[in-house]
Design a protein around this ligand. Sequence first.
Ligand SMILES: CC(C)(COP(=O)(O)OP(=O)(O)OC[C@H]1O[C@@H](n2cnc3c(N)ncnc32)[C@H](O)[C@@H]1OP(=O)(O)O)[C@@H](O)C(=O)NCCC(=O)NCCS
Length: 165
Amino acid sequence: MMALSDCQERNNEAGKACSILTADWRDYTQLNRLEKASFRREDNWPFWDLIGILTLPGLVRLKAMVDGQMVGFIGGEREVGKRLGWITTLAVLPDYRRRGIARALLSQAEDELAMPRVRLSVRASNTGAIQLYKSTGYQQVDRWGKYYAGSEDALVFEKLTSSRS
Ligand SMILES: CC(C)(COP(=O)(O)OP(=O)(O)OC[C@H]1O[C@@H](n2cnc3c(N)ncnc32)[C@H](O)[C@@H]1OP(=O)(O)O)[C@@H](O)C(=O)NCCC(=O)NCCS
């Protein structure tokens, strides 16, 4: 399959290429592994949600691949009536973080969503992800009280991407 873009990987001593491709149902096992390695247990998606993000029509599903291994994944969906895109999940394997892979996945997903606004929610304590979103043009627009398991608040971030739509 043709790569959609490079992951612009830094700190890549072995010189292995990182490519972004569209994911499909055959990626279930690798996505499940990535999810388990990236999120705490109570935030892991159930089987049918993972199958859904890999198969339902109209969704954005992109994987970052290095040497045949899925090292990152991003999912997105559209509220077409509201002209709004949502990033529904984003994760990069621990050994591959701080190389620009999430930034590259986010940019490609924003392009594919092709909506004038893109939103996402994040645990209020997830400072690394919040830093990522702030550094890529997202601003906090809402706070959902006790949204996550463990009663933690969600911060809702939004990016105006009108130049892309
Ligand atoms: C959040 C996550 C996706 C970031 O992935 P990543 O590939 O490491 O991110 P990038 O390398 O593209 O980071 C781009 C920028 O975001 C910021 N950033 C990312 N991770 C950060 C961290 N842990 N601490 C501080 N800043 C961070 C930095 O500004 C970074 O640029 P820099 O490396 O030049 O300083 C990854 O840490 C992860 O999978 N975490 C667990 C799952 C998760 O929390 N997902 C988000 C749910 S909302």
